[in-house]
Write a new protein. Sequence first.
Length: 355
Amino acid sequence: MKKLVILGGGYGGMRIMQKLFQSGVPEDIKIVLVDKAPYHCFKTEFYALAAGTIPDNHIRVAFPNHPQLEFINDEVSHIDLQNNRVELQNHEAIIYDDLIIGLGCEDKYHDIPGADQYTYGIQSIEATRQTNNALNNLPRSSRVAIVGAGLSGVEIASELHESRPDLKIFLFDRGKMVLSKFPEKLSKYVNDWFQDHGVTIVNYANITKVEECILYNHDEPMKFDCIVWTAGIRPNKVVRELDVEKDESGRVVLTPYHNIPGNEHVYVVGDCASLPFAPSAQLAEAQGDQIAQVLLKRWNGEDLPDELPEIKLKGILGSLGKKQGFGLVAERPLTGRVARLLKSGILWLYKFHNG
């Protein structure tokens, strides 16, 4: 039998498996899924788990159950593209015929001394649980720094305020206003929400060093009881070590069919793939749809289309606690309760279809 190995059961990996099983996997294909977590996690909701407003069993579902699927609960240590081999930490190496790399991302610390050692993160379920434990065991009136005012930083800051209004929360932003990549209307709305709720925004921040419970902004020390890092991401270490062409962000350059140039048997999906959009769950799922289509055609000996449809994203939604939100839907700014209800509805639909 031919073996398709999927590294990572995130949004892209899940979508690929669903599409393949729905369409009918050829009988001579065995699928092996490798993931360090024993279930699929909703990474877009890690901010709420970290803040303590939801338990982690609310943001996970079981992986698919299928007679042609084998699951290996382990962590990938190395990918040998020359010999079609994946090395694991606690199991024997796997030889593949086709490979899908969906290993996700890690925090990017921008070479700031101490950032990786003295901050908490939300890029994995394990890290998020540690962040939850640190934040929710803080004494009253403790000071919390959140470094990075993109979508993740904004959501965890607002959710933490709702969970622990007794804490003094500081959100550090490199620019003049939070969510600088969003339309000014949305940035102002979120900025005003933080001001109204007593969250301190530190604009034009330049974090130069981190020590235990000390954050250096423009080389000036500021003492905190907990520091959370949401200031950028980079591809998984295993992907960074691959000897393949990458873009300036370290993501793997692909053909229009999502495989590595010169190797039609190795695909990359999600945060590690170089695409004309910022990484997101929605993008990983859209890419997963196309990878499943390409795989089925190649397995069945069918010609590929001259080109795949252009990926079009529907928008982006963010939360400000459980009652307010913001976003871009069909390129139109959306704020308030409607935006929050939309985000909750999308999460409910995802849970319904996946578990």
